[in-house]
Design a protein around this ligand. Sequence first.
Ligand code: UD1
Ligand code: CA
Length: 455
Amino acid sequence: MSLEVVILAAGQGSRMRSSLPKVLHLLAGKPLLAHVIDSAQQLSPTAIHVVVGHGAEQVRSVFGEQALFWIEQRQQLGTGHAVLQALPAIGEGSTVLVLYGDVPLVSPGILQALVAAAAGAPALLTATLEDPAGYGRVLRDADGAFMAVVEHKDATDSERGVREVNTGILAAPASLLHRYLPSVDNSNQQQEYYLPDVLSLAVADGVPVQTASAANPLEVMGVNDQLQLSRLERELQRQRAEALMQAGVRLADPARIDIRGSLQCGQDVFIDVNCVFAGEVVLGDGVSIGPNCVLQDATVGEGSEICAMSHLESASVGSACNVGPYARLRPGTRLGDQARVGNFVETKKANIGVGSKVNHLSYVGDCEMGAGVNVGAGTITCNYDGVNKHITRIGDGAFVGSNATLVAPVEIGADGFVAAGSTITRPVATGELAVGRGKQRNIQGWTRPGKTDKD
Ligand code: UD1
Ligand code: CA
């Protein structure tokens, strides 16, 4: 049977106290709604419908590329009303899975179980919470069969004592939603059309409602304010840190690592405190990452060491390299094996060959550098003439003295030697020494200016 997912994401999220629509707030570097869409996609549904309202345009633009069906709910009249907006787009014969854009960590496994349970009747995902305040409570009859969900605001004191809650997530045959949803009314405290009311209408009609229970409450925790968002973030990061440690990674402190994407590690990797990993990061065997590093879409080869305070973005580092402390590898940087990039060095679109060294205070951009090159402190590739970018080529074994400026386009041949303090504007051939600096003059018998009286 075909599966259609409806994700509710129209609410304002006023308790976030933010101008950003709630479902665009980031959890582990990814919008809340993206987490939900990703889980939904793992079920390979026929279609994913997203009901948007507040900030609809903004939400849509973030996901513009994806194959999603957008449905606008102009007025947020309740969760039942939201699903009703999506219903015309859903075939009678399919199974519908309703997810919430603000419940990001629900696992595909439990959703699969829920969908399987909803073959002929609705199935609701519930959870038993220590503190159920605010949630809709699940009411059962004497035999334990599902009867209804009562919202916290509508519940009596004894109903509020129930700790089994509605997670909001449910699956149902589309035909049942088509049959019962239009009859849901808004005669309740909040004057909203409540989605769970379709379940009590079904029960009243003799259709039993199945329930599945989420064992891990984190999976069904909603984000309504910044506090809940931060709790979810820490919990998710804790899980990721634990998974890394289970896989053999040594973390200086599992509470001080943030993975906002995917981090793949070889054997005997060590990660010191306060590192942030974003996008796709791959660390080879024996890699060591110093404290306070940021790595985004980066690959680090076997046995390399990234020292404290380094920032790598869209960069790849070979094996047995040494980077930092305080290095910045910008997009397009590629370090060959055993290369070294030291403190206060910035690189961009730079191929730095095997064993080459740029150890101190340099800018190397748009540069093709061979193997065994030594670049002295304070060297700058002048890659930009104000209009265009140009390339600097440095051959194998070349030596660039300190404080050289290499005005691109320019080429230093293999084993070329650039004297310290030179400004190089013309090519240097293989094995040549280039000296491009003002001649030193020494003036003898010179006296320093004395202090004038006026001062
Ligand atoms: C809802 C449930 C409650 C459950 C809780 C679990 C109802 C009536 N209540 O309450 O039983 O325990 O979730 O977290 O279903 N939304 C729309 N359009 C609307 C209203 C809401 O798209 O008109 C979306 C929101 O953006 C949100 C989701 O539906 O993603 C839930 O809405 P929210 O107002 O947060 O419901 P709760 O009060 O949390
Ligand atoms: Ca909510």
